[in-house]
Design a protein around this ligand. Structure first.
Ligand code: PMP
Length: 279
C-alpha cells in the first residue's frame, strides 16, 4: 500500500482525489518541494520548508492550515511507506475555486498534497566509474521567475522530453550564452581547481543541494565562486556536475556532441564531495 496525505488525512494512492476545479489543475497555480529521505530521516528539511514558505509568499498562496505540522506529517508518511530512502513530493496549490477565474477568490483554502516514492541510490555512488551524463544544451525558454518553485513546469517537461528522445540524460539551459541551470538541477563547473556556479537570480532556482555543495566546499577550504558561467567555457571545464535533491551530485561527460575530458573519480572533486556529502 502506498500512502499519501491530502489536506488533513492520510489516504492511499488509490483513494486520493482532487477536484478539476483546483487551481493547480486549471492554472498550474501552485508550488512544491521534493525532499530526500535517507534511512527514514528527511535531509535538509528546514531549508526545504523555508524555500516553500518563500514560494508561498511570492505567489500570495496562503499557508495551509497544517503548515506547522508539515515536518510531523512527513515523518508519519515516511513511516507508513515501504522504503528506507524516499523522495517526498509536497505540493500546495491555491485551492479549489467555484469558477475558473484568473483572479483568485481570496476565500479559497489551499490544497496540501504529499506523496512519496522510492529514492533510488545515486548510480555514481554505486559505481563512480560509470559514464557521466550526456546533456543537451537548450536556449532557456522559461519565464523570469525561476526562483519560485512553481508546479508550472511545461517548458522543463518539453525540454526533458526532447533530450530523452535524443537519448540524452538531461538538459542544461543557456540564456544568451550564459548557463542558467539544468531542467531539474543546478550546474557547477571546475576550472583550475576553482569551482564556479551561476549566481542566484530570478533565472535559477536556488537549489538546496547547490547551497549544500557550496557549504561542503567552503568547509574543505576549496575556492568556489557564484558568477556567470559561459557556455563556451563549460566545454573547456575540467569537471561539470549537476546537483539536485534526488540526484545529489552527478558528473557530466558529454555536452551536446562535445566530450568533457574527465579524470578518474578518485582524482575528481565531484567524487570527493559525494563521499563527504552527509558530513
Ligand atoms: N533547478 C531546477 C529547475 C530544479 O527543478 C531543481 C530540482 N528541484 C533544482 C534546480 C535543484 O534544486 P534542489 O537542489 O533544491 O533539489
Amino acid at each position: 500500500m502506498n500512502w499519501t496525505y491530502l489536506n488533513k488525512d492520510f489516504i492511499t494512492r488509490e483513494e486520493v482525489k482532487i477536484s478539476p476545479f483546483d487551481r493547480g489543475f486549471l492554472f498550474g497555480d501552485g508550488v512544491y518541494e521534493v525532499i530526500p529521505i535517507y534511512e527514514r530521516k528527511a535531509f535538509l528539511l528546514e531549508e526545504h520548508i523555508a524555500r516553500l514558505g518563500r514560494s508561498l509568499v511570492l505567489t500570495g498562496i496562503k499557508r495551509p492550515k497544517k503548515w506547522n505540522k508539515i515536518p510531523e506529517i512527513i515523518d508519519n508518511l515516511v513511516e507508513r511507506n515501504l522504503f528506507d530512502n524516499q523522495s517526498v513530493y509536497l505540493q500546495i496549490t491555491r485551492g479549489e475555486d467555484s469558477v475558473r477565474n484568473h483572479i483568485p477568490d481570496p476565500k479559497v483554502e489551499p490544497t496540501l498534497f504529499i506523496t512519496s516514492s522510492e529514492l533510488k541510490v545515486n548510480p555514481y555512488r554505486l559505481n563512480p566509474e560509470i559514464k557521466g551524463l550526456a546533456v543537451k544544451i537548450l536556449e532557456d525558454p522559461r519565464w523570469d521567475r525561476c526562483d519560485i518553485k512553481a508546479v508550472t513546469l511545461l517548458s522543463n517537461v518539453i525540454a526533458m522530453r526532447e533530450a530523452n528522445i535524443e537519448g540524452k540524460d538531461g538538459v542544461i539551459f543557456c540564456n544568451k550564452g550564459k548557463i542558467t541551470e539544468g531542467a531539474s538541477s543546478n550546474v557547477f563547473a571546475v576550472f583550475d581547481n576553482l569551482v564556479v556556479t551561476s549566481p542566484e537570480s530570478n533565472q535559477i532556482l536556488s537549489g538546496i543541494t547547490r547551497k549544500h555543495v557550496l557549504s561542503l566546499l567552503s568547509a574543505k577550504g576549496i575556492k568556489a565562486l557564484e558568477k556567470d558561467l559561459n557556455l563556451v567555457d563549460l566545454y573547456k571545464a575540467e569537471e561539470v556536475w549537476m546537483t539536485s535533491s534526488t540526484q545529489e551530485i552527478q558528473p557530466v561527460r558529454k555536452i551536446d556532441e562535445i566530450i568533457i575530458k574527465t579524470k578518474s573519480p578518485k582524482d575528481s572533486l565531484w567524487f570527493e564531495l559525494l563521499t563527504s556529502y552527509f558530513y
